[in-house]
Design a protein around this ligand. Structure first.
Ligand SMILES: *Cc1c(COP(=O)(O)O)cnc(C)c1O
Length: 609
């Protein structure tokens, strides 16, 4: 049995119970049961499940830890959180987040006009809206409109010219004015794959000279009262705490100095995002080296120390955590629909009454292999295979013999891997790479896990069933795009073993976990596979409810999105059918109906599973 590192990455959100995987909350439903229920009426292809209770868990944890440290240290500032929309703008996620976050006045952060529009439409009462990223005058005017709608909005300035635009818009629009934040460019760089967000060469933020210039400009134009926040963001998936501490020291001192320079309404430090998620399935090598508890302790202690030393009031703290809040809530479930090394099974052997002697010997090796002789037999089988290839080239054996030889050697390799599993032989580990089973999975890696494609970000994966059986196949996962990059190869360091299944007789689903942050919107429509069918699962003390089922785009909608003229598509297809001599007159009507149904179905494969 294997637990797929669940103790490390699942944060107790899922548990293995005998053969099945359960959601570890309230009535603890099995995932397979939920999937079966959703697929009851014929929905096929990959499924994205959202669990609002996991959003609640993350935001509760944030608020719990900050309020705990505030109490312990008698900290006088307040704590606020906003969700950066770029991490996941899907309505069923945002709706659940705002509902679960209402009690905390959870806010939203927008980085574009479209995102700001979402924020202005759905923001909770008394919850902050922050606007980051590059801005034009129109975006700034939208922020002024938000202020007129009595919303608590702060524009964070990334460069001096944006401040000049705000000054210009303020002259046109008058009050109420939005609040102003300044993003500071820190000397201390971030870490990780996303390091470019922090550091002196970062795309964003003001240098110390620019900060002073901004202060002067705001003073001149009567905007200094609006300046309430400084902001930094050192990058995403921060795996160590050290860079944050360095950044806090720097930002803390900038904060106190700006106050001492006359920024009397400045009261908040916005820490940006960066809180990491544990994606590793390998207990021996976790990705994160700090806890949320430590993070909160360090932030509050450090800001308190600096405020004390410089004699200013302790700052309010705002956080823009995205990944930490969104990643756990979504789970992609995809059916396996073919195992590709099936050809190397015993069933595929076509042994003759009279085989070439080397084939008979290979067969004997396969039948007699045991723990003691496994290594020797394995080496012998390689020798035989080489000789057999030569015999084939010389025309002494035929294609059937050659196929038997390949199958037998594969079977011997598989058996010896199992027999010698405890010995951790290098030779065997290398061999596993060559004899993996290829699991063809009904999903698109480009659409649903684009960070694996782009950044080699690992997402925990495990089957939803058979968890009481030993998985024996070294697995290599293929998606259904026609792209050789649509593959999660077997990784010696993070080996994935899956079960032997007969897909024609039983379903076998894989869960890809922690896919709720970034993946959905980064998703690419490679081969025109679109966002999978999704459902929100509300787990209750007895049972669960399936809500907001949204089916993956229909083929005709996908084409419409690409700006094809869909009525033209239909017209032409109908014409091709009408004019075809191969289709009988009385069949035409029926074929048109079938075509209509096809166009309205989603584009994923529709096999028995
Ligand atoms: C992307 C981003 C975030 C979110 O970062 P996470 O690592 O997902 O928490 C927060 N703030 C800013 C400015 C960002 O660009």
């Amino acid at each position: 049995m294997q637990n797929y590192g669940i103790d490390l990455w699942s944060d107790n959100n899922y548990i293995i119970d005998k053969d099945t995987l359960r959601v570890n909350y309230a009535s603890k439903p099995s995932l397979l049961e939920i999937v079966t229920e959703i697929r009851k009426d014929g929905k096929r292809g990959p499924l994205l499940l959202r669990f609002p209770h996991l959003i609640e868990k993350q935001i509760d944890a944030l608020f719990h830890h900050f309020s705990r440290v505030f109490d312990e240290l008698h900290y006088s500032g307040s704590f606020k959180a906003v969700f950066p929309l770029k991490v996941n703008q899907y309505p069923n996620f945002i709706k659940a987040l705002l509902e679960k976050g209402e009690k905390y006045h959870y806010g939203l952060e927008a980085g574009s006009k479209a995102e700001l529009l979402i924020a202005m439409t759905y923001i909770n009462d008394n919850a902050p809206i922050l606007v980051n990223g590059f801005k034009d005058k129109e975006l700034i005017k939208m922020a002024f409109l938000s202020a007129k709608m009595q919303q608590d909005i702060t524009i964070t300035i990334e460069g001096i010219n944006e401040l000049k635009s705000i000054i210009a818009v303020a002259k046109e629009e008058g009050s109420p004015l939005p609040k102003i934040g300044l993003r500071v460019k820190l000397h201390s760089a971030g870490i990780g794959l996303w390091a470019k967000s922090g550091g002196i060469n970062s795309k964003f933020g003001l240098t110390s000279t620019e900060l002073i210039e901004a202060m002067t400009l705001m003073k001149e134009h009567g905007l200094l009262t609006q300046f309430t926040m400084i902001h930094f963001h050192i990058g995403s998936q921060m795996t160590n705490i050290a860079p944050l501490k360095k950044a806090l020291k720097e930002a803390g001192n900038i904060y106190t100095d700006l106050i001492n320079l006359g920024a009397h309404n400045l009261h908040t430090i916005n820490l940006g995002g960066g809180l990491a998620i544990e994606y590793s399935q390998n207990i021996a090598s976790p990705q994160i080296h700090y806890s949320l508890e430590e993070y909160a302790n360090d932030v509050v202690f450090m800001l308190q120390t600096i405020a004390k030393a410089k004699g200013v009031t302790e700052p309010n703290i705002t956080i823009e955590s995205g990944r930490f809040v969104a990643a756990p809530h979504a789970l992609l479930i995809a059916p396996v629909f073919e195992l590709f090394s099936k050809e190397y099974s015993e069933k595929a052997l076509k042994l003759k009454d009279n085989n070439p002697p080397l084939i008979d010997e290979l067969n004997a090796l396969y039948l007699d292999i045991n723990k003691k002789n496994a290594r020797e037999f394995l080496h012998d089988s390689f020798d035989h295979l080489n000789s057999l290839f030569t015999l084939f080239d010389l025309g002494y054996i035929n294609l059937i013999d050659r196929s038997n030889a390949e199958i037998l050697v594969h079977l011997i390799m598989k058996k010896s891997i199992l027999l010698l599993k405890d010995q951790h032989l290098d030779e065997l580990l290398k061999m596993q790479e060559h004899i993996q089973e290829k699991y063809l999975v009904n999903f698109s890696l480009f659409q649903s896990m684009s960070d694996f494609w782009g950044l080699k970000q690992h997402f925990p994966v495990m089957p939803l069933s058979k968890l009481d059986e030993k998985p024996t196949h070294t697995a290599n996962l293929w998606d259904i795009t026609c792209d050789s990059d649509g593959e999660i190869p077997f990784d010696e360091k993070d080996p994935l073993y899956l079960h032997s299944v007969d897909i024609e007789k039983e379903d076998y689903f894989l869960g890809f976990f922690l896919t709720g942050a970034y993946q959905e919107v980064l998703g690419m429509r490679h081969n025109l596979f679109t966002h999978p069918t999704e459902a929100t699962i509300m787990i209750e003390d007895n049972g669960y409810k399936i809500e907001n089922i949204t089916e993956s785009s229909s083929i005709i909608d996908i084409l419409d999105d690409l700006d094809y003229d869909t009525s033209d598509i239909k017209k032409r297809l109908y014409m091709h059918i009408k004019e075809s001599h191969f289709i009988k007159k009385d069949e035409k009507e029926n074929i048109l109906t079938i075509l209509d149904i096809l166009l309205r179905e989603n584009g994923y494969l529709k096999t028995t599973n």
